[in-house]
Design a protein around this ligand. Sequence first.
Ligand code: MTE
Length: 324
Amino acid sequence: MLIKTPRGWEIPERRATPEDVFLNRRAFLQTLGIAGMSTLGVFAGCESSGAKEAPLIRGLPEPSATADLYPAQRNEQFTLDRALTAEADAANYNNFYEFSSRKELVVRLVEGWQTRPWQVEVAGLVHKPQTFDIDDLVRKMPLEERLYRHRCVEAWSMSVPWTGFPIKALVDLVQPLASARYLRMITFHDPQAAPGLRNDTYPWPYHEGLSMAEATHELALFVTGIYGHELTKQHGAPIRLVAPWKYGYKSIKSIVRLEFVAEQPKTFWNTLIPWEYDFVANVNPAVPHPRWSQASERILGTREIKATLPYNGYGEFVTSLYKT
Ligand code: MTE
């Protein structure tokens, strides 16, 4: 018989205070049978304010051909040691340099950007190279919701319900060759749609990478939804990486190409400022960034400061990846 010992971060869900508010909204939407419909934007709201009238969530794309898949079943294995961040706080404070380096502006600048149709190309050292229409891909994948902490190297953090699928499910589908040691990921590049891309001091398109062991780790997700609905544009619609034990800059948004490669790929921030951003980017409170101490973090939407945990609290899970 398999006896499951709860890991340090798998603490009782009742401690994630505003989540009951969130669950009530999900139940409410499901009762009405409107989850995933075009009206969702009108109903989707701030989870923790206690406000009677939920504000409109900005940045939702037009409902796609897979909108009916949200909210997805929550995987109860992943719980939080803190409250969920209010959706409005997460939705209005974004790093998405393709649009702006000013976090508060991103939500406005993504307004007219179209994230459908969208294709994701899989190439490189792989048995089944192919190009997926995003909705065909999403329908093939096992979608689930997970509550994860997210830690930015700028020392702020949030906790959000992502919906996505383990990268491993896609890896199993396309079958990389044994010689593939890294997964390289690349963001869209359309300077007409995204004004930040006209600033050519950055090494566009945004690009990132994971070792194959990291990419196929059970915590590593390709995310297509947030707060029980499709992923909003400012969070990287229609598909982004989420690797919760790493600083947020690894979690590349709006991916258009995946390449299986033999050598460690270059990455956006490491190319730009190599002395500030390394490839691995694991959360480590003991190693300060030249501009931000990493010892503690500011919790978005609150006045709370918490001590940062190694690997963002996911150490028991991922430490074995880095044993030499
Ligand atoms: N991906 C792309 N393509 N462009 C970006 O500017 N910023 C990164 C990451 N992914 C970024 C990106 C950084 S620095 C962080 S902290 C997270 O996205 C922020 O994700 P969020 O806006 O959903 O909180």
